[in-house]
Design a protein. Structure first.
Ligand SMILES: *[C@@H]1O[C@H](CO)[C@@H](O)[C@H](O)[C@H]1NC(C)=O
Ligand SMILES: *[C@@H]1O[C@H](CO)[C@@H](O)[C@H](O)[C@H]1NC(C)=O
Ligand SMILES: *[C@@H]1O[C@H](CO)[C@@H](O)[C@H](O)[C@H]1NC(C)=O
Ligand SMILES: *[C@@H]1O[C@H](CO)[C@@H](O)[C@H](O)[C@H]1NC(C)=O
Length: 634
């Protein structure tokens, strides 16, 4: 046991210095609740969160659980959250309108925030059926409102069972439609439309898991489409083929299905295409699609979909696709498995029930495209590393900057969140946030873009993170620029949330701009902290501590006799004084160096105490050693 303990202790630093070779892929900084403000609120028991809804005000968040909505106010976190019950109309007890009938046990499965403030559209499902409800959360005790245009949805969805966690899209057209997917390997796996015209997926025997639905709002209603992203179980059991295949599929929202005997009430406009994510040169391919995030553009076709993938080797990757490229494949690619050129319409049809029988027969056989959708600019993954990410959130345009820098938030399977800066050609992991005090399973993450607050929920906690915590990058222009955080900039004296005129250089984190801009005079490189003088008795042990802020920096202790380097993976760079003697006395400086910028991070003066000194301090040092040993192993 002791041997194992020792082996681990000796091996660990070696292993971590090996992986440190890929330093730029690892996060530059780590933020726990010691470094940044994190407000944690417990979630009410047994009502695991389904979705995080953000309201106009920065500090109010609604968590939709299985049974209730809870409104949290982070301004006054000590107040108990407001609980909002869903009084399904069909469930109201006639004798007592504020009560639900006893057998009324519906789990919330759809929570759609309407554009009108404080209006939500909800659906709840039990083992047999689904009810939907429109609520105005401003009301003290909201009841389900009756909107005529939602009646068709409510009627057509009643006998349908929505699965937990399926993506959905409410399309607010003259007749509203609800699009929702059904994942698995049972019957009717695919996209379902509810509303005036119910449409179901055509029968097939493939196993598919849906991770995202994107509605393309078009000026021309006939061109309105819904895109779904999913992974399909690979039926090819070959050694070289992966377990999953990633796909995009699209349907026209106006589709009503074909005619009697062929594709009646099934999609006539559905086409699907494989997504490619990988690197041909290094032969790394990613096929397990995990999650997608959409960044809408002014021009709909420029809309980008950020897709998170994993592969069998425990690696993750993010690939970006544009709707334009997806549409290009659906418009121009040959059909898979068709000899020669078979005609099938690629446009949306105003009345799909009038499509001729021969055409429907081609549609039924040929919905898959031969060509694959490649990432934008035929690029490889914009990020690939050995982390196992579970969710992705993307913030497209940080305020007032005209550069094309995007910020990604990726949740890790251990409860952490990576904040990543990306431009066309580069990605940079700015920081890892550790919102929970323990390993946790993150259920969802959601960014409030204007306040730069990130909300992270686990099964029983909701955490608010300030992701523009710029002061923590350091007190010099260079440190602020090295952070490469689009949310932060140097104002001449402080690293602050970026505003117009703050200094930043995101493309390379080139801190030379600090010296070259006369407006921001070069700071003195003098150590600003206090120089500690430490007296130690002879033969005593002692640890000198130096905080590791940047994992991309090299930390070195300069001291009498020799210099000692540290692994920057650790949270601090420790120097052990094994046995204090006259040779150990002198100046100790911990110097960090990153991209040519070096500074003194800690400064000590060690002195040898006269023999008459306190004896008891020795045992304290041993306690300290034990504590450090235990900490470094945990
Ligand atoms: C509703 O949610 C509870 C708690 O997660 C679960 O045990 C139950 O099976 C769900 N009911 C249905 C019908 O999905
Ligand atoms: C920079 O920001 C800090 C903190 O907000 C403020 O105190 C300081 O006055 C600002 N400096 C300049 C030169 O604007
Ligand atoms: C992205 O970063 C690269 C490399 O530093 C830089 O050359 C390029 O100009 C940046 N692109 C954009 C669009 O900002
Ligand atoms: C330690 O590093 C300093 C600064 O880089 C250098 O001047 C000094 O010679 C080094 N000392 C030893 C013993 O290597």
């Amino acid at each position: 046991m002791a041997l194992l303990f020792l082996t681990l202790f000796v091996l660990f630093p070696c292993l971590s210095s090996l992986t440190a070779a890929t330093a730029t892929l690892s996060q530059r900084m780590t933020f726990t609740d010691r470094e940044t403000t994190m407000k944690r609120l417990p979630l009410p028991g047994h009502d695991s969160p389904v979705e995080i809804l953000l309201e106009g005000e920065a500090d109010t968040v609604i968590i939709a659980g299985k049974k209730h909505l809870n409104s949290f106010n982070f301004q006054s976190p000590q107040k108990t959250p407001r609980e909002i019950r869903v009084l399904w109309t069909e469930c109201i007890d006639d004798k007592n309108p504020q009560q639900l009938k006893a057998d009324c046990n519906y789990n919330i499965t759809v929570v759609h925030q309407r554009e009108e403030a404080n209006q939500v559209f909800l659906c709840g499902t039990n083992s047999k059926e689904t009810l939907c409800c429109d609520m105005n959360l401003n009301e003290q005790q909201p009841s389900c409102l009756s909107f005529e245009k939602m009646d068709d949805i409510k009627r057509s969805i009643r006998k349908f069972v929505i699965k937990e966690g399926e993506p959905y899209a409410l399309v607010d057209s003259p007749d509203s439609d609800l699009f929702i997917t059904y994942s698995g390997s049972q019957e009717f796996v695919g996209i379902h439309k509810f509303g005036k015209h119910r449409v179901v997926p055509a029968r097939h025997n493939k196993e598919q898991h849906y991770v995202g639905l994107v509605h393309g709002r078009q000026t021309e209603p006939l061109n309105s489409k819904v895109y779904a992203f999913y992974r399909e179980k690979n039926s090819d059991k070959g050694v070289s083929s992966g377990m999953w295949l990633p796909f995009v599929t699209r349907v026209c929202t106006a589709d009503r299905g074909g005619r009697k005997n062929i594709l009646q009430f099934s999609w006539t406009s559905q086409m699907n295409a494989r997504l490619f994510c990988g690197d041909e040169d290094s032969k790394q391919y990613f096929s397990e699609l995990v999650d997608v995030a959409t960044v809408h553009a002014k021009q709909w076709l420029d809309t980008r979909v950020y897709a998170l993938f994993r592969n069998e080797w425990g690696m993750s990757a993010v690939c970006v696709y544009t709707i334009q490229d997806i549409e290009h494949i659906f418009t121009n690619s040959p059909l898979k498995g068709s000899e020669g050129t078979r005609y099938r319409p690629r446009e949306c049809d105003a009345d799909s029930t009038q499509i001729p029988q021969e055409v429907l027969m081609v549609i039924e056989k040929h919905s898959e495209m031969e060509q694959w959708v490649q990432p934008v600019n035929n690029a490889g993954p914009l990020l690939s590393n050995h982390h196992s990410y579970t969710h992705i959130q993307v913030h497209g345009s940080p305020s007032n900057s005209d550069s094309h820098n995007t910020v990604l938030f990726l949740s890790l399977n251990n409860g952490g969140v990576h904040k990543v800066m990306q431009n066309e050609s580069q990605t940079f992991v700015i920081a890892e946030y550790q919102p929970f005090n323990h390993r946790a399973h993150i259920v969802s993450i959601r960014l409030h873009p204007t306040s730069k607050k990130l909300y992270v929920s686990s099964r029983n906690e909701l955490v608010q993170l300030n992701v523009a915590n710029c002061a923590h990058y350091g007190d010099s222009c260079e440190l602020c620029v090295l952070a490469r955080d689009p949310y932060c900039g140097w104002n001449g004296t402080h690293c602050i949330p970026e505003t117009h005129g703050t200094l930043q250089e995101l493309t390379q984190g080139n801190h030379a701009i600090c010296a070259s801009t006369s407006k921001y005079p070069a700071p003195s490189k003098v150590f600003r902290g206090s120089k500690d003088i430490i007296q130690l008795p002879p033969k005593s042990k002692y640890f000198l501590r130096c905080p590791v802020l940047s994992h991309h920096a090299q930390y070195t202790w300069l001291h009498p006799g020799s210099n000692t380097s540290c692994s920057s993976r650790e949270q601090q760079c420790l120097l052990l004084i094994d046995s204090m003697g006259p040779e150990q006395a002198g100046t100790y400086k911990c110097v960090s160096e990153e991209m040519g910028y070096s500074r003194v991070s800690a400064h000590y003066q060690l002195r040898l105490e006269s023999k008459a000194a306190v004896r008891s301090s020795v045992s304290m040092v041993w306690l300290c050693l034990m504590a450090v040993l235990i900490k470094s192993l945990s």
